[in-house]
Ligand binder design. Structure first.
Ligand code: ATP
Ligand code: MG
Length: 582
């Protein structure tokens, strides 16, 4: 058998095969959306393991979200690797390290501040909720950029940021107050988990060596969105025996506003000396029509497609009061009996758009996937389970009781017997999804307590839910994912680009963000916008997104047309009645 016939290399392009098999380290794979970066990452882990080059148990794959970590692990399982590989976010890896360190040194595990907003509100009682959110985000930017309070005024000026609270020096004071309040209370916020782990790598040689041994082979997905704090942590993980592979797409850099530094991938050779760079060109995900629209957004010739031609993207305009019914009809129209609702996604620019849409879609009879792990935690079955487990008990021993036999629908055993959960098929499906989370968590942190698991779950709420439904999420959360049919809603100036994006850099990031949303579509792309909608209790006229034309030409929805027709008919009838009262 030649190398090319090996099942792990089957079906890969030459470029992809190179990326999987090369022994170069550090290695950076720069390639466009849908070109197989994530696929290459998983194949590479499996291939290098099969060749005896990299022990999967000493391999760490870093993803951006928990959902991505779980998908990666599922793909690895299909390639024959059973949960040996660690996969998680920077945050999850760092938190697991801090907990191991605390356990080794006989100390209490770190206490995590779950609601930084609450602490800010205590420090500045006059700040309203929106201001608190802006403050939390700005502090997050500082932490991501390794900016200390006293450095804030100068750094903010050079980055073109306006402080969200008072002048820059007043904001710097608030940031300093926040830092000392955390120290006094001995709590860490989410970014502190990273900086504390970085500190540990620098000051505790034994810990550092143990960490490097355990994570000898490091792979990072979505490298274009890494921030300087995460990058410093990544660097600290590398020892003389380490290997590193990073993959990313500069055209999908969408976290600059939050502190990510796309310069790290743009000048990867400077930041990772000796780094080999590979490119992959072919797009395996989308039709040529979707790729043409994506190319127009980047002012670039489109990626070459493998998929056969499909339909042109559609653009529909309607009145805000019809948005949900127009969308619901579009979704239903594309739903074939016997297929999953999951084949479709509805993507919006802001979180605030999601909840009203979710409720409206449900009212129109369209099932919507639950938005988050948080919502899973809120399910009564899960609350009952978690509630019955002592906070300081070992998570592994708690779940051992509800065995994996629950996964076999034919199983005669009642897997939930002896738990406080009623044993129905729905409850079992929910518990099964929950066990997936638990399992993911335990691969990173085998000694986790129940309390630590709760904290980890709250840390990231972007994740899949068990039941079938249309996926509804923001453009940001859709990164890395794909669906046969994608609906983009709210394609209006003010959403796309978002109103607060004013600088050229911010606008360019907004445009890349739309490009991310568009490139999620495999076969069909449908865009919807409203020329009038209720905002803050007022009906306002809306302009289309300046980038709408790059996707297609607007057509008024039939709903609105028939509504207008009905209305015109009513007006005509009224006129006739007035003219001819007899
Ligand atoms: P993104 O930038 O959006 O994260 P990506 O570069 O990570 O995209 P993948 O998600 O790995 O791309 O791949 C896109 C799709 O194309 C997936 O469904 C993947 O399975 C498929 N794909 C990739 N390479 C091949 C191939 N050689 N043959 C068949 N399908 C492929
Ligand atoms: Mg990917």
């Amino acid at each position: 058998m030649t190398e090319a016939d090996h099942p792990l290399l089957a079906g890969l392009t030459l470029e992809q095969r190179d990326a999987v098999t090369t022994g170069a380290s550090p290695l950076c794979i720069i390639a466009g959306a849908g070109s197989g970066k994530t696929r290459v990452l998983t194949r590479r882990i499996a291939w290098q393991a099969s060749q005896g080059n990299a022990d999967p148990r000493r391999t760490l794959a870093v993803t951006f979200t928990r959902r991505a970590a779980r998908e990666l692990r599922a793909r690895l399982r299909r390639l024959g690797l059973n949960d040996e590989v660690r996969a998680g976010t920077f945050h999850a890896v760092a938190l697991a390290q801090l907990r191991r360190h605390a356990a080794d040194s006989g100390r209490r595990p770190p206490r995590i501040l779950e609601n930084s907003g609450g602490l800010i509100a205590e420090l500045r009682p006059k700040a309203d909720r929106a201001a608190v959110t802006d403050i939390v985000n700005e502090i997050g930017w500082c932490q991501a950029r390794l900016v200390l309070p006293e450095e804030y005024p100068a750094e903010a000026r050079s980055a073109g940021r306006r402080p969200p609270w008072g002048r820059a020096d007043r904001f710097a004071q608030l940031y300093a107050d926040y830092e000392s309040a955390k120290r006094r209370r001995r709590v860490l916020d989410f970014d502190d988990v990273l900086s504390r782990s970085l500190e540990l790598m620098a000051t505790d040689p034994k810990q550092a060596a143990a960490h490097r041994w355990l994570h000898q082979h490091v792979l990072v997905d979505e490298f274009q969105d890494i921030n300087p704090l995460q990058f410093a942590l990544l660097r600290s993980w590398l020892g003389p025996d380490s290997t590193l592979v990073v993959v990313g797409d500069p055209d999908q850099a969408i976290y600059g506003w939050n502190g990510a530094d796309p310069g790290l991938i743009d000048a990867v050779g400077e930041h990772l000396p000796g780094c080999a760079v590979l490119h992959m060109r072919t797009n395996f995900r989308s039709t040529p029509e979707v790729l043409a629209a994506a190319g127009r957004l980047l002012s670039r010739s489109p990626q070459p497609a493998v998929r056969p031609p499909g339909d042109e993207p559609t653009v529909t305009v309607c009145d805000g009061s019809d948005e949900a019914s127009v969308l619901a009809r579009a979704v239903r129209h594309r739903h074939r009996p016997g297929t999953r609702w999951r084949r479709q996604a509805v993507l919006a620019r802001t979180n605030a758009q999601l909840e009203p849409l979710r409720r409206a879609l449900l009212r129109h009879g369209i099932p919507v996937a639950a938005p988050s792990e948080r919502s899973l935690i809120r399910k009564p079955e899960i609350a009952a389970l978690l509630g019955a487990w002592p906070a300081d008990a070992s998570l592994a021993s708690c779940v051992a009781g509800i065995g994996r036999e629950g996964r076999d629908p034919e199983s005669a055993a009642a897997p939930l017997a002896g738990t406080p959960v009623e044993d129905t098929p729905e409850a079992r499906a929910t518990v099964e999804a929950f066990l997936d989370f638990v399992n993911d968590h335990l691969t990173l942190d085998p000694d986790s307590t129940v309390a630590a698991f709760r904290t980890a779950l709250r840390a990231d709420d972007r994740a899949a839910a068990p039941s079938d439904g249309v996926d509804l999420m923001t453009f940001h959360a859709a990164k890395g994912l794909e669906w046969p049919v994608v609906h983009i809603v709210g394609m209006e100036d003010g959403f796309v680009p978002i109103a607060h994006a004013r600088t050229a850099a911010a606008l360019a990031e907004e445009r890349r963000l739309l490009h991310v949303a568009v490139t999620r579509a495999e076969q069909e792309l449908h865009v919807l916008w409203c020329d009038r909608r209720d905002l803050g209790g007022e009906s306002v006229d809306r302009e289309p997104s300046p980038w709408l034309e790059m996707i297609g030409t607007s057509r008024r929805s039939d709903d609105t047309e028939s509504w207008m027709a009905r209305n015109l008919e009513g007006v005509a009838r009224a006129r006739r009645a007035i003219a001819d009262p007899g």
